[in-house]
Write a protein that binds this ligand. Structure first.
Ligand code: APR
Length: 264
């Protein structure tokens, strides 16, 4: 059963569906907002409990890790504990359903995410991760991968211990395989994102504050190559290129949008 939308939102969803219906190539960029309804706090939500006094931005950096590796490692272990039992919400499922059917509908739907969780994969999507993977680790010194590197790591075997781990090869500290502020994005993932944004006919931005570059520049790249831009976010963002705004939670809007696409 789909939740009811306001008449205005319904008409905007219909406009978006009409645009998408005729597009062959679609690029979706998701951010923390798409996982919010699964119970994962967004990046710019105020932190709670033990971590209240810190800003996420101040912990997610190589400088912070160099200064106090134990603090940064404990924060990620805490985040992992918070996220490990979370499940995909209707937005993840709707995107996966659309992506899986796209080929038979003559569409290519490329999903790029800034999120480090694996909820898109759990829902069945093929996903390009721009900012790394929460569940993977690597050495901060020799860069070798450490532990399970699979797409959806089995969380039942994980330890959330805050004690630092040393690399078995070089003794350096193990860190999460996440792109921190000031670090380069993985080349292959960025290439996929740029290609898909530059060649799409419709670009959809879902649940991102559009504040963090280079990901936030993908909408601009798409627009300058002639794409229409749709934004799904209950709150306003600085993205001024948007043709259609669906100002509602992704878990509410995406099932409607995908349902509408299948109807037409
Ligand atoms: N549906 C859609 N959007 C939502 C929802 C929801 N249910 N709930 C919140 N949002 C929106 C918020 O209004 C906000 O604009 O999601 C956005 C989340 O913004 P951020 O917390 O800034 O997350 P994001 O844009 O993904 O951050 C980008 O910044 O710090 C880095 O690497 C980190 O990947 C992260 C990047």
């Amino acid at each position: 059963m789909l939740a009811e939308l306001s008449p205005q939102l319904t008409s905007e969803v219909t406009r978006a569906a009409t645009l998408l219906q005729s597009a062959k190539r679609i690029c979706i960029l998701t951010g923390a907002g798409v996982s919010a309804e699964s119970g994962i706090p967004t990046f710019r939500d105020k932190q709670t409990g033990l971590w209240e006094q810190y800003r996420a931005e101040d912990l997610a950096s190589i400088d912070a890790f160099m200064r106090d590796p134990e603090l940064v490692w404990s924060w990620y272990q805490w985040r992992r504990q918070l996220v490990h039992d979370k499940a995909p919400n209707p937005a993840h499922h709707a995107i996966a359903k659309w992506q899986q059917r796209a080929e038979s509908q003559g569409q290519q739907v490329t999903l790029i995410t800034q999120n480090v969780d694996d909820l898109h994969e759990q829902a069945g999507s093929t996903t390009t991760h721009l900012h790394g993977h929460l569940w993977r680790n690597r050495c901060s010194q020799c860069d070798r991968p450490y532990g399970d590197q699979s797409e959806t790591v089995d969380k039942s075997t994980l330890s959330f211990d805050s004690e630092l781990i040393n690399c078995p090869h070089c003794d350096g500290y193990i860190r999460p395989d996440i792109v921190w502020f000031g670090e380069m994005l993985p080349t292959g993932a960025w290439q996929t994102a740029e290609d898909s944004a530059a060649h799409c006919e419709v670009f959809i931005s879902i649940g991102t504050s559009s504040l963090v570059y280079p990901a936030a520049g993908l909408a601009q790249l798409a627009k300058s190559n002639g794409a229409k831009v749709i934004e799904i976010n209950p709150n306003p963002t600085p993205n001024t290129l948007v043709d259609i705004t669906l100002a509602e939670k992704a878990g509410m809007v995406m099932p409607h949008l995908v349902h509408k696409l299948n109807e037409e």
